[in-house]
Design a protein around this ligand. Structure first.
Ligand SMILES: Cc1cc2nc3c(=O)[nH]c(=O)nc-3n(C[C@H](O)[C@H](O)[C@H](O)COP(=O)(O)OP(=O)(O)OC[C@H]3O[C@@H](n4cnc5c(N)ncnc54)[C@H](O)[C@@H]3O)c2cc1C
Length: 417
């Protein structure tokens, strides 16, 4: 048995940012990672906002490219081009990014154990008191004053702690390939909508200096099969991708159901994908997970070093203050968007084009704080008809889903990756 101030399960960005924050405050931190190398395998498209990385105060040599905006393709081929004058997003090498974060956490004093799989929570009365783990094949008990659950989109420890996961019906399987030889525009991300390509979500093409990431997520069907079909058959995308050579195949789950209803317990904090700190509109979780992880690390250190039992509840209050409203609004928008059929999506595209929405978005858009963007757009009276339609759709979907019960089985989503 070993004793630590804080044990962190998962060396993804959320676990590593939380570890850094706690370790630099003097806490004795142990990070457990079940894989043998941090950052691999990669399950991410690596698109993060310039603003988000700066909010997280992160710098490193993991940037592979940048984007000034996006081209959105409707099911029938309408195009909305949103292009800012400056870079709004970076394309990062996720393996390098995670490894840089690991190095930073270790330099701050954290200890990292790879091939260390957390098995179950250790309890002391009603309090989480650490983790039982297999370390190089041996079962070990690790006692800690605080356990941080950053295990990603699995929710195993969260459930074991007696907490409900994010809405599982909005856990979408995703597939992605890293390719070279695509005939695409530099510095522009492309998103393709349509029921027959990516039902309930969209497909993406993200160019970077060394190639391109092509992927999709969907609410039904096998993501990998849908992706193969998209690359070969989509009228527009297939011409851009006809000469590509696939270098790497990956997949994963997008957590689109908003945050878990509660993310703490005495001795326990959940963060990142494990807590649903992911934008339900796009599936991007690096920035919101990172912002919550900073708070988790700070509050975990307060609990472990000063015995501050209020720190657990304060963690939840603090992250909700920053991203809670955004996540709530975006999960309603996701439910609404996922419910639209091709005809309705095309209609929305046509209205947006007619009202020149792209011009406003290029100036006022924020990749992360999308509810804030909506508020800014509301100040442009000419957009009122479109925004009113979306608002009505949101209201209807919210009403329809308000009686939905939580606790659905996530196994179907896992099988469909
Ligand atoms: C296909 C795809 C594309 C995406 N694209 C983007 C994007 O472009 N931009 C963006 O911002 N987000 C994107 N995301 C989401 C993003 O990848 C996640 O939000 C982000 O990785 C969450 O970080 P995390 O640290 O919470 O979890 P993770 O990165 O999932 O890390 C969890 C870690 O915990 C480890 N672990 C799990 N269980 C255990 C255990 N029992 N014991 C020990 N270790 C364990 C795992 O091995 C893993 O290393 C994408 C996701 C997918 C699936």
């Amino acid at each position: 048995m070993s004793q630590h101030d804080i044990v962190v399960v998962g060396a993804g960005p959320s676990g590593l940012i939380a570890s850094f924050e706690a370790a630099r405050r003097g806490a004795n931190v142990l990070i457990l990672e079940e894989d043998s190398v941090v950052g691999k395998p990669v399950h991410c498209a690596g698109l993060v906002s310039v603003k988000g990385l700066s909010l997280l105060n992160l710098h490193g040599d993991y940037i592979q490219g940048s984007a000034k905006g996006a081209i959105l393709h409707s099911p029938s081929g309408l195009q909305i081009r949103i292009e800012a004058r400056r870079d709004v997003a970076y394309v990062i090498d996720r393996a390098k990014f995670d490894q840089t974060l690991a190095k930073r956490a270790i330099e701050a004093g954290a200890e990292l154990a790879c091939r260390a799989k957390a098995l179950k929570i250790l309890w002391e009365k009603m309090r989480v008191a650490g983790i039982e783990v297999t370390l190089n094949g041996v079962r070990v008990e690790i006692k800690a004053k605080v356990t941080i659950d950053a295990e990603g989109a699995r929710f195993k420890l969260l459930r074991e702690a007696g907490l409900n996961p994010p809405k599982l019906s909005l856990l979408y399987p995703a597939a992605q390939v890293e390719v070279e030889g695509a005939d695409v525009e530099e510095n522009m991300v492309e998103l393709f909508f349509g029921e027959q390509w990516a039902p309930g979500f969209f497909a993406w093409i993200i160019p970077h200096r060394e190639g391109c990431r092509v992927g999709l997520a969907s609410k039904v069907g096998m993501a990998k099969t849908l992706l193969e079909r998209f690359i070969k058959k989509h009228p527009e995308a297939s011409t851009k991708l006809r000469r590509v050579k696939v270098k790497e195949v990956s997949g994963g789950l997008l957590v689109l159901g908003g945050p878990a209803p509660r993310t703490y317990k005495e001795g326990f904090l959940a963060v990142g994908d494990a807590a649903g700190h992911v934008k339900p509109t796009t599936g991007g979780g690096v920035v919101f997970g990172g912002l919550s992880a900073k708070i988790a690390g700070e509050e975990a250190a307060m609990a472990a070093l000063r015995g501050d039992r209020e720190a657990f509840a304060r963690y939840e209050r603090r992250w909700r203050k920053i991203i809670g409203g955004e996540l709530k609004w975006m999960s309603r928008l996701r439910t609404y968007l996922s419910s639209l059929d091709d005809r309705e999506l095309d209609h929305l595209f046509a209205s947006a084009l007619k009202l020149k929405l792209e011009e406003e978005l290029a100036i006022k858009g924020d990749m992360d704080f999308q509810a804030l963007t909506m508020k800014k757009l509301l100040k442009a009276p000419r957009l009122a008809p479109l925004l009113f339609r979306v608002a009505m759709g949101l209201a209807i979907e919210t009403f329809k889903t308000s009686s939905e019960v939580r606790g659905e089985d996530s196994s179907t989503a896992v099988e469909n990756v």
